[in-house]
Design a protein around this ligand. Sequence first.
Ligand code: NAP
Length: 248
Amino acid sequence: MSDRPILILGGTAEASRLASQLIARNYRVISSLAGRTRNPAKLEGEVRIGGFGGARGLIAYIASQDVSLLIDATHPFAMQISDNAILAAASTGILFVRLDRPAWHPKPGDKWSIVSSLEEAVSAIPPRARVLLALGRQHIAPFSRRGDVHFVVRMIDPPEVPLDLVDFELELSRPGKTEDEVAFLTGKRITHIICRNSGGSASYTKIKAARDLGVPIIMIDRPARREAHVLPDVESVLAFVDEAISLP
Ligand code: NAP
């Protein structure tokens, strides 16, 4: 095993799978989490938690740990850490790759309105709708101006501060299988879903359930990103690492 670690900026299912598979191949791995989730799923290998203190902090961390390769496997909407990763890779000259799972694309039967911001999503909700908000707690505030709408807010952890919405109920759970999502949407009489185009399979079941039920989705599109070396899945990143780092 090489002593020089690979640093994975994580917080996604793909990052966790990548860490396990790199360790199985005898690489030393440090996974970095922002620390947003109270009880994150157990990760294999070394784990550090909390911000680095901007791009400068990340650069200092890379130097202090003698990191050999940086992998940005953060969520498609986590923009700041990805920008910091690009800056840090350029500044330190270490190998760098981003794992970016492909976006979802509408299929026959899907009823999507594609918007480019939270604010546009707020305006796109018809009056008196019953909306599933499948968004992180830091993205809820803009919806407070829609007092005419009933929101079902689904989150993993309870919010630390009360939600600033007029008419809402809180659902503390993770997305389930498609049939569970169908039952959930039906039981809550959801007329619209608002979510972000995160890609991946874990939260795709609600999209399938909406298709089955004919429920419209207001889909927030991905933000534009800086140029970087991007690979779409864990397998292609593993192949890249194997080629980039020669094991003894
Ligand atoms: P962000 O806006 O891009 O990052 C904000 C700050 O959080 C960064 O500048 C950095 O602080 C710190 N940070 C973010 N990811 C980090 C990581 N993996 N390790 C160490 N520090 C990190 O990110 P975000 O949208 O708040 O997301 C935070 C984390 O949650 C990410 O790791 C992401 O993969 C995960 N996540 C996000 C979403 C989402 O919807 N955005 C969904 C699922 C999971 P410093 O500048 O101090 O280093």
